[in-house]
Design a protein around this ligand. Structure first.
Ligand code: ANZ
Ligand code: ZN
Length: 772
C-alpha cells in the first residue's frame, strides 16, 4: 500500500470527484431545513491574501458542517468587480479596467478551486456585468419614483489641476494624489438614497439581531446616532429672520455666551458679502478635506461676523461667529456655545477671548420654552442620506437622463440596461464617459428633444448591498428577484471582516428593507447571524503589502497542499480573534495531517460500517466525551478547539490497547469531524478505509450516550494489609488504570509518604493491596 501523504495528488482527485458529482450545487427543497451560508464577496484585486483565506475557510467549514447535519446548504461566491483600483491599474498598465478585472477574477477563481471551497459555482456572478447591474438600475428607478432617490447639490473634493473629482482616499494631506494641487471643495449635483427615512427602523431592529456581535451592533447604533434635542430660535439684531440653533443640552442655555455658524451657513455667506476678511476665511474653510474625521481633529478656527443675536432668556447681546467645527448638514448648522460646559466651545472661547460664564444648569428650561412656543423638540440622527454618485468610470451607470426642458428623467425600463462601454482609454483626469458623445448623447424619453445621460456611476457599495439576494436566483432574466429569494433568505450565517461593521452592513440592511417594501422579499433583515473574523497578523501587525509583511497563500498551497493551509488557519486562533502568523504552526499542521495519514494506513479496513461493537470501556468513554465537546464547539463556531479535540481523539486511537473494532469506529468519527476543515485528506482516507459513500455526504457523527455512562464500583485500598482508602473505579477499568487511580489517592499518598511501592496486587472487583 502506498503510504506517503501526497497532498497535491489526493486534493486534485477529491476536487475532481466533487465536481463530477456536483456535490455543492443546490436547489430549493422544502423537505429539508435550508441553510444559507455567505462569506463577503471579494474585490478581485489580483490574488488571494491570507485575510481572504481565513474568511473563506471559515465559511466553508460552517457550510460543510451544516450540510453534514442534513441541511440544504447554499454557499455561493461572486465578485465585487467595480471600483477604483481597476482604474488606477488601467493608468499604470495601460489595460482597460474590464480586461484587468476579468483576468484577476480568472486567477482568483482558480485559487478558490485549488483551496477546495465548496461553492455552488452555477450561481457565480460579477457585479460589473449587465445581467447583474441592470437590476440595480431598474431598482434605482423604482426608488426614484417613490421619492427615495433624489438629486441635490453636494460637496466633493475637486482637483483644480487635473480638473476632476477625487475620492476621499485620493486626497493625501489635502492635496490631489496625482497633481499635488491643493484640493478644493466644490458643489455639484449628486444622487442620494434616503436612508434617513429608515433611520428609526435600522436602529430599533438592532435589538433583534441577537446573532450579531454586540460590538457591531454598538457601532451601528453610534453611527445612526439618534439624539433628542431642541431647536431654539435666537432673534438677530437688525434682521428679520432668527437664527435657529440645535442643542441637546437646553439645560445649559444660561451659560451660552456666543452663537457659532457653519462656514456654509446662509447667514455667514450673506455677511461675508460686505466683509472681505470673512469672505477669505470662508474660502479657506472650503479647502479643508471633507472627511468628518478630519473636520473633528482640525485646529479650531473662526471669525466674528460682527452680527449679534439676543439671548432668549436674559436678552443679552451675543456675538455671532463662524466656526470651522460647526457642520452645515447637522441640526441647523448653527449652535449655541456654552464654554463653561462644552470642551470644544471652551477651547474656541479661550483662543478668541470670548466670555466664559459660570451658571447653574436648569433641567426645566426645555419644558418652558416648548410650552411658550419658543422652541421645538427635534429628533436628530447623525446618519445622513447616502450619496451614491461617483464621478468615476468603472461603475454602474446611473440610469438617468438630464433633459434641458424636463430636468432629470429616468431611462425607460425597456431601454435597460444602460451599458457601460468596456473598451475605453483611461487617462487619469476625469471619467472617459465624459468624452464619449456616443455614450452620453440621447433623446429625452418625455419630450423627445436632445438630452444627455448621466455620466456618473454608482458607489460600489450599491452593488454589495443586494448581491446576497441575487445569489438565490442569478439566472432570473425577467426580474430582479423571484420566489427563490424567500426560500433562502435571510442569510443564516454571514462571515466577513470587522472593517465592514458599519457601512456595508448598514447599507445592506437598508437595501433589504427597500426590497421588502418593494414586495421583493418578505423578511425584515438580511443576515441572521454574523461572524466577524479577526485580522491576520505577522510579527504583531496586520499583514499588508505596504508593510511588506505578507505571506502568499499560493506558495504555501503549492508546498503543503490546501488542507494544511486550511487546518493551520482554523487552528491558530478562535475565529473572532486576530491570528498571528507562524511558519512553525504551518509545519505543525502539516505534521498532524501526515500522522493522521500514517495512522489510517496502519489500521485494518474491516468493511463498510459505522456501528461499532459497544465495547471499548474507558478509552471509548473518553473518546465520546471529546466528541461531545467537539460537537458543542462546532455549534458555537469555536473551530480551533474542534481541532485540539480531534488531536486528542487521534492520541486515544493511537493507544496500543485499542481494538480493531474501536479503531474503525473511531476513524469513521474522527474523519467526519475533521472533514469540514480538511475535506480532501478525509475524503481520501474515508474511501480507502471502505466506509460507505463519501465523507462530505456522511451523516454527522453522534455521541454514543451509552459510552458516556460511567458505571463505577468501589474498591478498598490497603497498604501493607491495612485499610487506608476507598476508591471509585469504572467497572471495566483495567488493572493498570486501577493502580493509577489508587496511587493518585490523597490518603494513599500520605501513607506512602514518598516511598515507592514494591508491589501492587489488584484483586478484581474487590481490593488493591500495596506493599512497601
Ligand atoms: C449646547 C451644548 C452644551 C451642547 C453642552 C453640548 C454640550 P449630538 O449629541 O451629537 O446630537 N451641535 C449641534 N449642531 C451642531 C453642528 N451642526 N455642528 C457641530 N456641533 C453641533 O450633539 C449635539 C450637540 O452638538 C448640540 O448640543 C450642540 O452643542 C452641538 F455642554 O448645545 B450643544
Ligand atoms: Zn425632455
Amino acid at each position: 500500500m502506498k503510504n506517503t501523504y501526497n497532498p497535491i495528488e489526493i486534493e486534485t482527485q477529491a476536487q475532481a470527484f466533487w465536481e463530477k458529482h456536483k456535490l455543492f450545487n443546490v436547489i430549493e427543497d422544502n423537505n429539508k431545513k435550508k441553510f444559507y451560508c455567505l462569506s463577503m464577496l471579494p474585490y478581485p484585486s489580483g490574488q488571494l491574501h491570507m485575510g481572504h483565506v481565513r474568511n473563506y475557510t471559515l465559511g466553508d467549514v460552517i457550510s460543510h458542517y451544516h450540510r453534514m447535519l442534513g441541511e440544504n446548504v447554499l454557499q455561493p461566491m461572486g465578485w465585487d468587480a467595480f471600483g477604483l483600483p481597476a482604474e488606477n491599474a488601467a493608468i499604470q498598465h495601460k489595460v482597460p479596467p474590464a480586461k484587468w478585472t476579468y483576468k484577476n477574477i480568472d486567477y482568483m477563481r482558480a485559487q478558490f478551486q485549488r483551496l477546495g471551497f465548496a461553492y455552488d459555482w452555477q450561481r457565480e456572478f460579477m457585479t460589473c456585468k449587465p445581467d447583474y447591474y441592470r437590476w440595480e438600475q431598474w431598482f434605482f428607478i423604482q426608488l426614484y419614483k417613490k421619492g427615495l432617490a433624489y438629486k441635490k447639490n453636494s460637496v466633493v473634493n475637486w482637483d483644480p489641476v487635473d480638473q476632476t473629482v477625487l475620492a476621499n482616499e485620493q486626497v493625501v494631506d489635502g492635496r490631489g494624489w496625482r497633481s499635488g494641487a491643493l484640493v478644493e471643495r466644490r458643489e455639484i449635483p449628486q444622487w442620494f438614497l434616503k436612508i434617513t427615512a429608515y433611520a428609526e427602523e435600522l436602529l430599533s431592529e438592532l435589538d433583534n439581531l441577537t446573532g450579531w456581535p454586540e460590538q457591531v451592533r454598538t457601532m451601528q447604533r453610534n453611527w445612526i446616532g439618534r439624539s433628542e434635542g431642541l431647536i431654539i430660535p435666537f432673534t438677530q439684531v437688525d434682521a428679520k429672520q432668527p437664527i435657529e440653533i440645535y442643542t441637546t443640552r437646553p439645560d445649559t442655555l444660561m451659560g451660552c455666551t456666543y452663537v457659532a455658524l457653519a462656514p456654509e451657513h446662509p447667514i455667514a455667506i450673506e455677511a461675508a458679502k460686505k466683509f472681505p476678511a470673512l469672505q477669505s476665511f470662508l474660502t479657506e474653510c472650503r479647502h479643508v478635506e471633507l472627511a468628518e474625521a478630519a473636520v473633528a481633529t482640525n485646529e479650531k478656527k473662526g471669525m466674528d461676523t460682527g452680527l449679534k443675536a439676543i439671548h432668549p432668556i436674559t436678552g443679552e447681546l451675543l456675538p455671532i461667529w463662524v466656526a470651522n467645527f460647526v457642520l452645515m448638514d447637522y441640526g441647523t448648522g448653527a449652535i449655541m456655545s456654552v464654554p463653561a460646559s462644552d470642551a470644544r466651545d471652551l477651547e474656541f472661547a479661550q483662543k478668541y477671548h470670548l466670555p466664559i460664564l459660570e451658571f447653574t444648569s436648569d433641567d426645566t428650561i426645555a419644558e418652558t420654552l416648548v410650552q411658550q412656543n419658543n422652541a421645538q423638540r427635534k429628533i436628530q440622527y447623525r446618519l445622513r442620506d447616502w450619496g451614491v454618485s461617483r464621478q468615476r468610470y468603472w461603475g454602474t451607470p446611473i440610469p438617468m437622463i438630464n433633459c434641458p426642458h424636463c430636468g432629470p428623467v429616468p431611462v425607460p425600463e425597456s431601454d435597460l440596461p444602460v451599458l457601460l462601454p468596456e473598451t475605453v482609454e483611461i487617462t487619469g483626469s476625469g471619467s472617459p464617459l465624459k468624452n464619449m458623445p456616443e455614450f452620453y448623447n440621447t433623446t429625452c424619453p418625455e419630450c423627445h428633444k436632445p438630452a444627455t445621460r448621466e455620466t456618473d456611476t454608482f458607489d460600489t457599495f450599491v452593488e454589495s448591498s443586494w448581491y446576497y439576494a441575487r445569489y438565490t436566483c442569478p439566472d432570473q432574466k425577467n426580474k430582479m428577484l423571484d420566489d427563490r429569494a424567500n426560500y433562502w433568505l435571510p442569510v443564516d450565517q454571514y462571515i466577513g471582516g470587522i472593517e465592514h461593521a458599519i457601512l456595508h452592513l448598514l447599507y445592506a440592511r437598508f437595501f433589504h428593507k427597500l426590497l421588502r417594501d418593494a414586495g421583493l422579499v418578505n423578511s425584515n433583515e438580511p443576515f441572521k447571524r454574523l461572524l466577524t473574523q479577526g485580522m491576520v497578523l505577522k510579527d504583531g501587525s496586520k499583514m499588508s503589502k505596504s508593510k511588506g509583511n505578507t505571506v502568499d497563500p499560493q506558495a504555501l498551497i503549492d508546498k503543503y497542499g490546501a488542507d494544511t493551509v486550511r487546518f493551520f488557519i482554523i487552528f491558530a486562533s478562535p475565529p473572532e480573534q486576530s491570528l498571528e502568523w507562524s511558519d512553525a504552526g504551518v509545519e505543525g499542521a502539516h505534521r498532524f495531517l501526515k500522522r493522521l495519514w500514517t495512522w489510517a494506513h496502519d489500521i485494518n479496513p474491516v468493511g463498510a460500517q459505522f456501528i461499532a461493537p459497544k465495547n471499548g470501556g474507558i478509552l471509548r468513554r473518553q473518546f465520546h466525551e471529546i466528541v461531545s465537546q467537539i460537537n458543542y464547539d462546532y455549534e458555537r463556531l469555536q473551530f480551533n478547539t474542534v481541532i485540539s479535540g480531534c488531536m486528542k481523539l487521534l492520541n486515544i486511537l493511537s493507544e496500543k490497547s485499542v481494538t480493531p473494532e474501536f479503531a474503525h469506529e473511531g476513524a469513521s468519527i474522527l474523519l467526519r469531524l475533521l472533514a469540514p476543515i480538511v475535506p480532501h485528506i478525509t475524503h481520501h482516507l474515508w474511501q480507502m478505509l471502505g466506509y460507505e459513500g463519501n465523507v462530505l455526504q456522511a451523516p454527522w457523527p453522534q455521541v454514543d450516550q451509552s459510552a458516556l455512562k460511567t458505571d463505577t464500583i468501589e474498591l478498598v485500598v490497603q497498604v501493607n494489609g491495612k485499610l487506608r482508602a476507598q476508591i471509585q473505579v469504572p467497572t471495566d477499568a483495567t488493572s493498570e488504570q486501577i493502580e493509577k487511580i489508587a496511587l493518585e489517592n490523597m490518603s494513599i499518598q500520605r501513607t506512602l509518604d514518598g516511598n515507592a511501592p514494591k508491589k501492587i496486587i489488584v484483586v478484581p472487583k474487590r481490593l488493591v493491596n500495596i506493599v512497601v
